[in-house]
Ligand binder design. Structure first.
Ligand SMILES: Cc1cc2nc3c(=O)[nH]c(=O)nc-3n(C[C@H](O)[C@H](O)[C@H](O)COP(=O)(O)OP(=O)(O)OC[C@H]3O[C@@H](n4cnc5c(N)ncnc54)[C@H](O)[C@@H]3O)c2cc1C
Length: 304
């Protein structure tokens, strides 16, 4: 177990470039919800990342890798341990022919913009997903019939206790909103994307159309973590929730969005507890009405 001064000891041992004590996670999640993390460290190089993770593992300190916080519900008690955020070298991008090498910290929107500028098609679907490259690989994020597995060629990974590895697409065990990073606990450092030549104007048109569909259908004016539940087989979570009469249902300041019943939104000042209670209520009511148990897609972390 870590001692009383574990934070000072960790900082002295690892010498991180950038760190903060008691950092409110509500500043780092798209839900705008979440209590403080004991320690938040920005890591700028693969070496710094490995050093920090290895120290935490050996000292028995909980650690968590944060992307852009767009698929997360952090509990009100916050996180007892270390939150790591990739920065520095993890924000590099290089483009050679039809291949893009993208650091895990980059936003999907930024990579989609670079792809368009270089006349590379195939990444349009990701331009409106608000996550990072690393989070998108971890989740095998997707939209409008395409997902990361369609464009990822290889992934550079750090596996705590195992070291640095490169996995080809076929080794990534991509499935619906899942990848081997979830089952094996690897950290995505960088991705090689294989795209196809296209015309910049058409690529931008496609991105524009997909993003206006998003604005029309999704309550983007409120903080949320996107779709709360995974898509059940042969149906849609939003449809089942709407059919159960739960659109607009509220617990505290958390609400099943009127615009899209698959989203839970923060009306302002919602707590993680509000969201968790609303999720449980939706699961039970939908199950009672349709016999389908909705599985959360968002990841819940933290607690004392
Ligand atoms: C308005 C809105 C719309 C959305 N639309 C979509 C959509 O259309 N399709 C879709 O799939 N998702 C959608 N999402 C959900 C979310 O954007 C994706 O799941 C995204 O991939 C999460 O990336 P992130 O960087 O924010 O990860 P985070 O939320 O920070 O983390 C999610 C998980 O990924 C892990 N992780 C993050 N970075 C890494 C890394 N480098 N290596 C290993 N693990 C990592 C974290 O530890 C965590 O377990 C939406 C969310 C919002 C708010």
């Amino acid at each position: 177990m870590p001692g009383k001064d574990w934070r000072a000891e960790l900082i002295a041992a690892v010498q991180p470039g950038n760190y903060r004590y008691d950092e409110p996670m509500s500043h780092h999640t798209s839900f705008r919800i979440g209590g403080p993390a004991d320690l938040m460290i920005e890591v700028g190089t693969p070496d710094e990342l490995a050093r920090t993770v290895d120290y935490c593992r050996q000292a028995g300190i909980f650690w968590f890798l944060l992307g852009r916080g767009t698929n997360l519900l952090v509990k009100d008690e916050g996180i007892r341990g270390v939150v790591l955020k990739l920065a520095g070298e993890f924000s590099r991008i290089t483009i050679e022919g039809e291949k893009i090498k993208a650091g895990a910290a980059l936003s999907l929107a930024m990579v989609a913009e670079q792809a368009a500028r270089h006349g590379l098609a195939g990444f349009e679907f990701a331009s409106g997903i608000p996550g990072s490259i690393g989070g998108a690989v971890f989740m095998n994020a997707g939209a409008y019939g395409r997902e990361m597995k369609d464009v990822v060629s290889a992934v550079h990974v750090y596996e705590p206790g195992q070291g640095f590895k490169i996995y080809q697409r076929d080794e990534m065990e991509f499935a619906y909103r899942s990848s081997r990073l979830q089952t094996e606990g690897g950290i995505c450092l960088e991705v090689l994307l294989a795209l196809t030549p296209g015309e910049e104007g058409l690529i931008r048109q496609e991105m524009g159309e997909l993003n206006s569909r998003r604005r029309e259908k999704q309550p983007l004016e409120y903080p949320s973590a996107g779709s709360v539940f995974k898509r059940p087989s042969h149906d849609f979570a939003g449809r089942l929730i709407e059919e159960a009469g739960l659109k607009g249902k509220q617990v505290g300041k958390a609400q099943v969005a009127l615009k899209h019943a698959g989203f839970i939104i923060n009306l302002g000042g919602a707590t993680a507890q509000d969201v968790l209670e609303l999720i449980a209520l939706v699961q039970e009511e939908v199950y009672r009405k349709s016999g389908v148990w909705l599985e959360p897609e968002i990841r819940v972390i933290g607690g004392s």
